[in-house]
Write a protein that binds this ligand. Sequence first.
Ligand code: SAM
Ligand code: SF4
Length: 503
Amino acid sequence: MPIGVLNCKIGMGKTFDIGLERLTGGSEFSIGSAINTVHRGGSRNEGSAAHAGARTEASGLEAIRGALRGTFFLETFGCQMNDHDSEKVAGVLLSRGYTQVESPDSASLILYNTCSIREKAAQKVFSRLGEFGLTENTGRIIGVLGCVAQQEGEEIFKRAPWVSLVCGSASYSKLPELLAQVEAGNQRVTGLDTDTDETFETEITRRDNPWRAYLTIIEGCDKACSYCVVPYTRGPERSRASDSILREVRQLADLGYSEVQLLGQTVNSYKDPTPRKMRFSELLLAVADAAGIRRVRFTTSHPSDFTEDIVDAIDLQPKLCNHVHLPVQSGSTRVLRAMQRTYSREEYLQKIRMIRGAKRAISITTDIIVGFPGETQEDLAETLSLLDAVKYDNMFSFKYSPRPHTPSLAMSDLISEEEKSRRLALLQEKQREIQTARHLTMVGENFELLVSGKSRRENQWSGHTSCHRVINFSSQEQALLGKYVQVQVTGATPNSLLGEQAL
Ligand code: SAM
Ligand code: SF4
């Protein structure tokens, strides 16, 4: 099965120094990213070798036809799943013969991959679209992808008539056909169907990070949290075939990726659609078994589907990173019920005890929403006391934002923006104290880091531990990017650690 790596001049706003010889066996020079050509079956349940061959031939012709198609600019908003969707969308465009550029000014195709999880995120794309006008836009194709596309649908054409493609993530598998329609001059092309059991698999993925590769293993969401627009924008839950996932992992390892991160809105709700019926924990162990893979991450886990076998797998296999992102959303059972989160405070704490009972120390991070309709001071006090009880290693906190098509939109007893800000500040102050104290206990400890950043300051580098902490460290060694090194912690801040490479 052919595997290819091409170099790409344009990164998605991030640059990395990387020795290409590590990937290709060729000579070293600097690239922004790698394009991985992997050939897969087209459907969830695998395609035959003959089918894969036919797709290869077809895409070769497609690339030749598309050689004159022009340039594309793709900007991404939102979560890691959107980042990875964009890597695959870019792969589709590159295989059609487009070239990626860094600015919309020099692009013939401009795409925005959008996020609508909160109002602010959704507004961003309309401000971007406002920068174009009908008159200025002659000859350029503008498209809106992702959650805002799904949420607003054809309304986008009314608000911004210069847009000609609106496509939600559940329709990405149809992207080549939709692009063909746009290229043929169709001014109103939509992909808005969410009634699908397909996952988005591409032959080419233009990966943004040369060491860590994202892999979406489950798309959509079947939970129904009352504040969340994701089930509406991303459609029903659908899992990718385990053999297709494992094949891609092996290909990634062959390409030189040593860390893979499995993605899903509820990654641990994974249900293998093949007769193997691999459990999520079995899939984790199988991914870790791929030769060349040193670290396996997964996010985001839903507490209700977090079972003991996942903890056992982390205990058994050191390549599984000792970090679990387990969003709680609120510490009050009353609010959790209103949020339709399917667990109580006590049930959540039971999961925490299970994770803390592991032989390896597993770091735990979370998401919390403050100012949900009807949240009282007592409810907030319960969330603050949950932080004390769990002592999270990190927290992402949000002010509740009413979203279209969600049940909480109809709820009364709304909290003012001012009060939401006050509650958020209280929460963040508490977490800051917890993190500062926790980080101070780590001074003197040694960690293995995957080095992923080089500071402009001489001999300063940064990387992530297996438990997903960032350490900024000094080293006299050169060319550390992409390498694993031992670092001793010498100092702490609330958000990161400082260290020196250990000899
Ligand atoms: N599927 C993940 C889960 O259930 O934990 C979360 C996915 S969501 C993209 C990321 C986070 O955004 C959520 O955990 C929640 O804290 C936050 N979020 C989602 N909807 C929100 C809303 N309407 N207002 C504020 N924050 C929201
Ligand atoms: Fe949204 Fe809840 Fe699904 Fe997470 S589990 S994506 S918060 S509906």
